[in-house]
Design a protein around this ligand. Structure first.
Ligand code: NAD
Length: 296
């Protein structure tokens, strides 16, 4: 079993660190929030006095932070912890950040002889708690193989997407497609309703027809069509509009850099940002359905 430093114990990182403790690893955790530290301490993690303290002597250093600037600051900033990390340790950043920052971090750590993979996740808070996350890894084959036994303590599916940064690229490609499917499913269901159809019947028909897709199958955005989805619970829980808007921003940054044409992704980002600005940022992303509803 390994000694693991875990930095960033929020909605995702907290349950992920706890699952590593349950898997038998020695976890030394750090977060700026005392409340987050108390939660993981109660589940058996050791609490560190600082990020540098957590990283000292660890075989693996895992971070789960909000954005690229936090991740780069943590490792390479003025008080960056890279100097505290053992040269034979493996750093795994599981945050969703821009691929460029991941590559910059990989290069900065390599200068100090430290190995790095980006390993963003899919599966949300539910997946983090249940230990069923999907990890999408960017890095060398050897570092991927080294990471797998640790990642298996927090997830079910572990993919190797390519070189450093590829994990982030694959993650935003997936989320861009997901947002497009969610918007398309929402407008189609509403058009059916406007023309007198029952959304349950229409959903059943489309599920057996060529419009079938993941959102229709498992995450119907129309309230009352499926049980146990955010749409049937006032759009609470699930994957927040704020996070989808963030990921779509990252997707469009990547598209600009690679000069890719992503008209549907651009439209989906604009719709999600407008929805966020209308005050729906904390709702699940299937609440985009509200945009198409006919108000009385
Ligand atoms: P969160 O805001 O709940 O947690 C972030 C944590 O990082 C906080 O506890 C904060 O105190 C801590 N933090 C910030 N800067 C720090 C620093 N310098 N040192 C130590 N701790 C620091 O966010 P989250 O929902 O856990 O998301 C984390 C990452 O996972 C994000 O990049 C997000 O995009 C990604 N993600 C989230 C979800 C989701 O459903 N929430 C799903 C997939 C991916």
């Amino acid at each position: 079993m390994a000694t693991i430093a875990f930095i960033g114990l929020g909605n995702m990182g907290g349950p992920m660190a706890i699952n590593l403790v349950k898997a038998g690893h020695q976890v030394k955790a750090f977060d700026l929030s005392l409340e987050a530290l108390a939660t993981v301490k109660a589940e058996g993690a050791e609490v560190a006095a600082s990020a540098a303290d957590a990283a000292t002597g660890a075989d693996f250093v895992i971070s789960m932070l909000p954005a690229g600037k936090h991740v780069l600051g943590l490792y390479l900033g003025e008080q960056g912890i890279a100097a505290q990390i053992k040269p034979d340790a493996l750093v795994m950043d599981c945050s969703t950040i821009d691929a460029d920052s991941a590559r910059k971090l990989g290069a900065g750590l390599a200068e100090q002889g430290i190995a790095f993979i980006d390993a963003p996740v899919s599966g949300g808070v539910g997946g983090a708690k249940a230990g069923t996350l999907t990890f999408i890894v960017g890095g060398s084959e050897a570092d991927y193989q080294r990471a797998v036994p640790v990642l298996q303590g927090m997830g079910k599916n572990i993919f190797h997407a390519g070189a450093i940064g590829a994990g982030q690229v694959a993650k935003i490609c997936n989320n861009m497609l997901l947002s497009i499917l969610m918007v398309g499913t929402s407008e189609s269901l509403q058009m059916g309703i406007d023309n007198g159809l029952d959304p349950k019947v229409l959903s059943e028909i489309m599920l057996k027809s060529s419009g079938r897709n993941w959102t229709l199958e498992l995450y119907n955005p129309c309230p009352g069509v499926q049980e146990n989805v955010p749409a049937s619970n006032q759009y609470q829980g699930g994957f927040m509009v704020d996070l989808m808007a963030k990921d779509l921003g990252l997707a469009l940054e990547a598209a600009t850099q690679s000069q890719s044409s992503t008209p549907m992704g651009a439209l989906a980002r604009n719709l999600y940002v407008a929805h966020q600005r209308a005050g729906h940022g904390k709702l699940d992303f299937s609440s985009i359905f509200k945009l198409f509803e006919k108000k009385a």
